[in-house]
Ligand binder design. Structure first.
Ligand code: ATP
Ligand code: MG
Length: 427
């Protein structure tokens, strides 16, 4: 980046020749949306993570567009679009599997009757339209508030984001405590971006996390699920988890694990969590599937393991003990983060399958291969073997056994295993 040009009091502009964002790295769908809006006389910019990641030279996960067209005007320009959202009204424009999110410039308007706050100052709804500068000011971090204007390919900075970008700083726009009180999820976003970008959380933004962490308790559990999974499936879960501990946020997300951590946890179990998250990161980064069920199975394993051991120390009865402990632990967990039933069931199945790996005689191993949860439970067991919780010989045995066997069709085995559940709702 070249030295920016100060345009007015608040605005810094980098012209096309002064930054490294090339249209070649912007998706065709995003460009289509930007150009059509622009040709129809509207202002159209790329904003948020897309701009930030392009500046860093990483491929953005998605592209967000901001415009002065209202949602209805955007809707009129694109047949393939629909208006979504309650808290913010956005337009989703679909191109095959690709969705471009278009948001109308909004202002925070904290004095306006259109911004609804609850008693803790949390924003419930805010749909006041504003200009581009208002729109920049209501965003979370300065590096997330840079605009790439399709009109002349310039970069617009109203909040000092370019400087913070150069210094690798995650700085909240405005007063840190107030911004967390408005939306406590921003604390989780700080941790996620710090892990993902390798940026430092700026001092006052970091200090305010320690003071406001408890506000996460008021975030609806369904939103917590989305945010927590974004963090653990970001490809930087190991680092993110370290930050959650460092910032003392884990107790608001997974309190049972936090309590376990306070009581002289076993090294092997600590290693297990780290190893499992490293494994998840490498799966994400190589495009292999991952599941929230696996993440919760990992995070709650020390607690479930400990409680099951208290219920029953005899290995023969370990399975019902794990089922019982799993039930109790999940029930407590979903008060903080709602876990869709299919994922909590997966975590339970991963846990209760673990003792079955000890049985390598008779028909049981063959049957195991047909379990829907087999693959995840096997990966889980292998990670346990890496840290000494399970013998490496046993993991080796199962690896070789699978190579020798033709697997049973999972659907057939599932039918035999237990009747299909109808309910698909969240715990
Ligand atoms: P990524 O997509 O890589 O997870 P992102 O920064 O694009 O990161 P999104 O959730 O896609 O994150 O949000 C897009 C932009 O919307 C953000 O960059 C930020 O400017 C704004 N934004 C999102 N969530 C919030 C929030 N809770 N408070 C304020 N602004 C937000
Ligand atoms: Mg994004």
């Amino acid at each position: 980046m070249n030295k920016p040009e100060a345009n007015s009091d608040n605005l810094t502009v980098l012209r096309r020749s002064q930054h490294n964002i090339s249209r070649k790295s912007i998706s065709e769908s995003a460009l289509k949306v930007l150009y059509r809006l622009s040709k129809s006389g509207y202002r159209a910019c790329l904003v948020g993570g897309g701009v930030r990641d392009l500046l860093l030279g990483i491929q953005p996960k998605d592209f967000d567009v901001a415009t002065d067209a209202t949602p209805e005007q955007v809707r009129e320009l694109f047949k393939n679009s629909r208006i979504i959202g309650r808290r913010f009204r956005l337009v989703h424009i679909r191109f095959g599997r690709d969705i471009i999110e278009v948001a109308t410039f909004r202002s925070q308007a904290s004095d306006s009757s259109k911004t609804e706050l609850n008693e803790q100052g949390r924003i419930l709804r805010d749909n006041t339209f504003g200009d581009i500068e208002d729109d920049a000011l209501r965003r979370d971090f300065t590096v997330n508030a840079l605009y790439y204007d399709i009109h002349d390919y310039s970069l617009l900075d109203y909040v000092g984001g370019l400087e913070d970008f150069e210094n690798r700083q995650l700085k909240l726009i405005g007063d840190a405590a107030t911004r967390y009180q408005e939306d406590p999820v921003r604390m989780l976003r700080a941790v996620r971006f710090a892990a993902k970008l390798g940026f430092e959380i700026e001092t006052s933004a970091a200090a305010a996390i320690h003071e406001n962490g408890h506000l996460l308790a008021v975030v609806p559990p369904a939103r917590m699920f989305d945010e927590v999974i974004k963090l653990f499936h970001s490809g930087h879960a190991a680092k993110g988890y370290q930050y959650l501990r460092q910032y003392n946020l884990l107790k608001y997300l997974v309190p049972a694990l936090d309590e376990w951590l306070q009581h002289e946890p076993s090294e092997m179990m600590l290693d297990f969590i780290d190893q499992a998250l490293v494994n998840t990161d490498s799966r994400v980064n190589t495009g292999q599937p991952v599941s929230p069920g696996f993440i919760f199975a990992v995070l709650l394993w020390p607690v479930v393991h400990q409680q099951a051991n208290q219920i029953q120390s005899d290995r023969q009865k370990m399975i019902p003990a794990l089922v019982q402990a799993g039930e109790v632990v999940i029930k407590r967990q979903v008060r903080h983060i709602s876990i869709p039933r299919r994922f909590s069931q997966m975590a339970r199945d991963i846990w209760s399958t673990q003792p079955r790996f000890l049985r390598t005689q008779g028909k049981q191993p063959q049957r195991m291969l047909g379990y829907t949860v087999f693959r995840a439970a096997y990966d889980f067991m292998c990670i346990q073997s890496l840290v000494g919780l399970v013998s490496t010989n046993l993991a080796q045995w199962w690896t070789e056994f699978q190579q020798q066997q033709a697997p049973i069709e999972p659907t057939e085995a599932r039918r035999k295993q237990r009747p299909r559940r109808r309910r698909r709702n969240a715990d």
